[in-house]
Design a protein around this ligand. Structure first.
Ligand code: HEC
Ligand code: HEC
Ligand code: HEC
Ligand code: HEC
Ligand code: HEC
Ligand code: HEC
Length: 476
C-alpha cells in the first residue's frame, strides 16, 4: 500500500475509535454486546416490556437516558433495579419508589441470576434496539453457518455425498488443464517449420496415450456424468427442506400446554382439517372462548422443568412469563380483563406460517385425516411411516403426528419432517391403503378387483398402487 492512503486509513480508524469511545463515555460507560442483550431481553423481559410504548412496564428504548433525565440516576441504579427492584425500594431509594408508584405499584420481577455483563448487554440493546436485533440475527446466522459447515465436514451422509461430488469436479478440472497443456503443445508444433525429434515424441506420446487409455477415459466420463446427475437429483429432492423450522411467534403459544397438558383436541382449534384442503389457524375469537375466564397462568406442572432447563431461574418467572403472553393476546383481541369488556381496539395476531407447500403442489388434509386415517394410524403403530425412529411416537398417537410429530410435546411448534416430494412418496410406497372405508370401497371397487386378480387375495395394496405416485395427483 502506498504511504498516503495508508495514513489516511489510520486517521479514519482513529476518528471512528474516538467517536465510539466518546459515545460510550457519554452513555455512562455502558459497553456490551447488543445482540446478546436482544436475546436476554426476549427471554426475560418481553412478558412486561416492549421496545416501544408502555406495556405492563415502561418502554425499554432509551431507558438509560430517561432515568438520567427523570431521576438523575445512571448505570449503578439500573443495575440495582434490574437485579432486585424491591430491595432497592426498601432501601428507601426515592426514584425507585417514584417509578413504582407511577406504574400503579405493579411488581417487577427480580433477576438475581443476571450478571453485570448481562445487564450491560441489555442496556446497550436498549440504546439501539434495531442494531441489537441485527447483531443477534447476524450472530445466529453465523452460528448456523458454522454448524452447517461442521456438520458437512463430520457427517457421513450428506457430507460424504458432497465430498464425492467435489472430488469428482476436482478430478475433472485437473484432467481439463492437462488436456489444455497438451493441445497447446500440439498447436505450437503445427506452427513450427520442421518437427524436431523432441516435438515428434510429444505429439505421438499424446495420441498414443489417448489410444492406450481410451476405455479409462470413457469410464471417467461416465462417472462424472453420473455424479453430476446425482447432484442435481439430490438438489431437487432437497428444495424447501426446512425440517426443524421453529420461528418465533408473536405470542408464545404453547402446544404442549394446550394440546398436551390440557388435552384440547387438535381439531377443536384446527377444525377445517376434516373438511378440506387446509387445517387453518384458529381465530382469536376461538381463544376467547376459554380466555375470557382464564386470565393468568397458574399451572404448576411446568416450572421445575423450565427452571432446570435454564430458560428461567425461578417458578415465579415462569408464571409471569406465560401470564404476560396471555396479556399480549388480550391486547391483540382488544379485551380489557379488568372490566371484562371488548375495547374495540384490535390488532390482528400475525402468526408466522411454518408449513407452506409451493403453489404447484396439491395437498389435502381431508384425504389423509379422514380417508387415510386408519391406514396412517396403522402405519404409525407398525413403525413404517417415514422418519419413524426419529419421531418415536407414543402408542396412542393421533393421525396428525405421522406428519407433524408429537405436537403435544412441543412448547413451540416446529416442523417435524422434511415435507419434500421424496418424503410424500416414501410414505405412499409403504403405507397400505385401508380398502374397508366407505370412500375407498366405492371409489376403488373396480381397481381393487383388478389388483386382487393380479397380485392374489391377501396382497398388500399400498398408496402407490391406487395412483399415489402419479405426478398429476400431487401437481396441478
Ligand atoms: C413481571 C413484569 C416485568 C418483567 C418480567 C420485567 N419488568 Fe421491568 N418493570 C416492570 C414494571 C411494572 C415496571 C415499572 C415500575 C414498577 O411498577 O415496579 C418496570 C420498570 C423497569 C425499569 C425502570 C424503567 C423506568 O423507566 O424507570 C427498568 C430499567 C426495567 N423495568 C427493566 C427490565 C428488564 C431489563 C427486564 C428483563 C430482564 C424487566 N424489566 C422485566 C415489570 C417487569
Ligand atoms: C388451543 C388451540 C390449539 C390446539 C388445541 C392445537 N393447536 Fe395447533 N396451532 C394453534 C395456533 C394458535 C397455531 C399458530 C401458532 C403456532 O404455530 O404455534 C397453531 C399451529 C399449528 C401448526 C403449524 C401451522 C403452520 O404455521 O404451518 C401445526 C402443524 C399444528 N398447530 C398442529 C396441531 C396439532 C397436531 C394439534 C393436536 C395435537 C394442535 N395443533 C392443537 C392452536 C392450536
Ligand atoms: C379450550 C380452552 C382454551 C382455548 C380454546 C385456548 N386456551 Fe389458552 N390456555 C388454556 C388453559 C387451560 C391454559 C393454562 C392455564 C393454566 O395452566 O393456568 C392456557 C394458557 C394459555 C397461555 C399461557 C401459556 C402459553 O401457552 O403460553 C397463552 C399465551 C394462551 N393460553 C393463549 C391462547 C391462544 C392464543 C389461544 C387461541 C389460539 C388459546 N389460548 C386458546 C385454555 C385454552
Ligand atoms: C399426511 C401428512 C399430514 C397429516 C396426517 C396432517 N398434516 Fe397438517 N400439514 C401437512 C402438510 C403437507 C401441510 C402443508 C400444507 C400446505 O402448505 O399447503 C400441513 C399444514 C398444516 C397446518 C398449517 C395450515 C394449513 O392448513 O396449511 C396445520 C395447522 C396442520 N397442518 C394441522 C394438522 C392437524 C391438526 C392434523 C391432524 C388432524 C394434520 N395437520 C394432519 C401434512 C399433514
Ligand atoms: C404418513 C403417510 C403419508 C404421507 C407422509 C403423505 N401421504 Fe398422501 N396418502 C397417504 C395415504 C394413506 C393415502 C390414501 C388415502 C385414502 O385411503 O384415500 C394418501 C393419498 C394421497 C393422495 C390421493 C392419491 C389417490 O390416488 O387418490 C394424494 C394426492 C396425496 N396423498 C398427496 C400427498 C402429498 C402431496 C404428500 C406430501 C406433502 C403426502 N400425500 C404425504 C399417506 C401419506
Ligand atoms: C405424493 C405426491 C407427489 C407426487 C406423486 C409427485 N410429486 Fe413432485 N412434488 C411433491 C411435493 C410435495 C413437492 C414440493 C417439495 C418441496 O417443496 O420441497 C414436489 C416438487 C416437485 C418438483 C420441484 C422440485 C422439488 O423437488 O421441489 C418437481 C420438478 C416435481 N415435483 C416433479 C414431479 C414429477 C415429474 C412427478 C411424477 C413422476 C411428481 N413430481 C410426482 C409431491 C409429489
Amino acid at each position: 500500500m502506498k504511504a498516503r492512503p495508508f495514513y489516511k486509513l489510520q486517521f479514519l480508524n482513529l476518528a471512528v475509535f474516538l467517536a465510539i469511545f466518546s459515545f460510550s463515555y457519554s452513555q455512562d460507560d455502558i459497553t456490551g454486546d447488543g445482540g446478546r442483550g436482544y436475546d436476554l431481553f426476549q427471554a426475560n423481559c418481553t412478558a412486561c416490556h416492549q421496545i416501544d410504548g408502555t406495556f405492563i412496564g415502561p418502554q425499554i428504548r432509551g431507558v438509560v437516558d430517561r432515568v438520567k433525565e427523570e431521576g438523575g440516576v445512571g448505570r449503578e441504579w439500573l443495575h440495582a433495579w434490574i437485579k432486585d427492584n424491591k430491595a432497592l425500594r426498601e432501601s428507601g431509594d426515592a426514584y425507585a419508589i417514584q417509578v413504582f408508584e407511577q406504574y400503579n405499584r405493579q411488581e417487577m420481577l427480580a433477576f438475581p441470576s443476571l450478571t453485570e455483563q448481562d445487564i450491560d448487554d441489555i442496556l446497550v440493546f436498549s440504546m439501539d434496539p434495531e442494531a441489537g436485533q441485527a447483531a443477534f440475527e447476524q450472530a445466529k446466522a453465523d452460528a448456523a453457518a458454522a454448524a452447517a459447515a461442521a456438520k458437512a465436514a463430520n457427517s457421513g451422509g450428506d457430507g460424504a455425498a458432497a465430498g464425492v461430488v467435489i472430488v469428482g469436479f476436482f478430478i475433472l478440472a485437473v484432467l481439463l488443464i492437462w488436456i489444455l497443456f497438451r493441445l497447446n503443445a500440439l498447436v505450437k508444433l503445427t506452427r513450427a517449420e520442421e518437427l524436431t525429434a523432441d516435438d515428434e515424441e510429444v505429439a505421438f506420446s499424446f495420441a498414443g496415450f489417448i489410444n492406450k487409455y481410451e476405455k479409462l477415459f470413457r469410464v471417467a466420463l461416465a462417472v462424472l456424468v453420473f455424479l453430476a446427475l446425482y447432484g442435481v437429483w439430490n438438489f431437487m429432492l432437497g428444495i424447501g427442506v426446512d425440517k426443524g423450522y421453529e420461528p418465533e411467534q408473536p405470542i408464545y403459544f404453547s402446544h404442549q400446554i394446550h394440546a398436551g397438558v390440557q388435552g384440547i383436541d387438535c381439531q377443536y382449534c384446527h377444525s377445517s382439517a376434516k373438511y378440506g384442503k387446509v387445517s387453518g389457524i384458529p381465530s382469536p375469537d376461538l381463544c376467547m372462548n376459554c380466555h375470557k375466564t382464564i386470565k393468568e397462568y397458574r399451572g404448576d406442572y411446568y416450572e421445575e422443568y423450565l427452571v432446570e432447563s435454564g430458560r428461567f431461574s425461578t417458578p415465579d418467572e415462569v408464571k409471569a412469563f406465560y401470564t404476560g403472553e396471555i396479556q399480549k393476546m388480550y391486547k391483540a383481541v382488544g379485551w380489557d380483563p379488568d372490566t371484562n369488556n371488548f375495547t374495540g381496539e384490535q390488532r390482528p395476531i400475525e402468526w408466522v406460517r411454518i408449513h407452506n407447500m409451493p403453489d404447484f403442489v396439491y395437498f389435502s388434509h381431508q384425504q389423509h385425516v379422514v380417508a387415510g386415517e386408519k391406514a396412517i394410524l396403522q402405519a404409525i403403530a407398525e413403525g413404517t411411516i417415514p422418519n419413524a425412529e426419529e419421531l418415536d411416537l407414543p402408542g396412542n398417537s393421533q393421525v396428525c403426528f405421522a406428519c407433524h410429530g408429537d405436537v403435544t410435546k412441543m412448547d413451540e411448534l416446529q416442523m417435524a419432517n422434511q415435507f419434500t416430494m421424496g418424503w410424500c412418496i416414501e410414505c405412499h410406497r409403504t403405507t397400505e391403503v385401508d380398502m374397508s372405508n366407505e370412500y375407498n370401497s366405492q371409489y376403488y371397487a373396480e381397481l381393487h378387483e383388478k389388483l386382487k386378480k393380479e397380485y392374489g387375495d391377501g396382497a398388500k395394496i399400498t398408496v402407490d398402487a391406487i395412483g399415489g405416485l402419479e405426478c398429476g395427483k400431487c401437481h396441478y
